[in-house]
Write a protein that binds this ligand. Structure first.
Ligand code: SF4
Ligand code: SF4
Length: 140
């Protein structure tokens, strides 16, 4: 499987009506996975997953079109600390947290939106969840 990175695209009131994401995909010929989108006529955020190998040119292409690009942190779960209390479960806006058959908690990092959210991090009484920087070396 390709190594992917996540970037948060922040659109302003001035550029939110323009089809910038489609333009970048077409211009570069690189597919991107939209994880979440919170957009209205005043602007908003789109969280996308892009191939790590193409990160630099994708970031440059969005920046050239006036989009602010941020690098969200991702969650890291220490299952040894987790006490399966379920406090995080109901808070997750994207259903990334579930219970396994043995009633232990499970996180799906492919669905989690990371630092734009972070609700479970604050809710965890065992401090089992942390937000960590993505490992990158070519985003500049
Ligand atoms: S950070 Fe947000 S999206 Fe991710 S698992 Fe926690 S509550 Fe769900
Ligand atoms: S809130 Fe923390 S301790 Fe409770 S189930 Fe979630 S990760 Fe585990």
């Amino acid at each position: 499987m390709k190594e992917m990175d996540r970037i948060l695209l922040r659109f302003s009131e001035e550029n939110v009506e323009e089809p910038i994401t489609s333009q970048v995909i077409l211009e570069l010929g690189i597919p991107m996975r939209i994880v979440t989108a919170t957009i209205n006529s005043l602007g908003g955020d789109i969280l996308v997953e892009v191939p790590k190998v193409h990160l630099k040119k994708i970031v440059q292409a969005f920046k050239a079109k006036g989009v602010v690009v941020k690098f969200p942190k991702l969650i890291e779960v220490n299952y040894d600390k987790c006490i399966d209390c379920g406090a995080c479960y109901a808070l997750c806006p994207v259903n990334a947290i579930s219970f396994k058959e043995d009633h232990s908690i499970d996180f799906d990092e492919a669905i989690c939106i990371g630092s734009p959210c972070g609700l479970c991090v604050d809710a965890c009484p065992a401090r089992a969840i942390t937000l960590v920087e993505q490992h990158r070396n070519n985003q500049k």
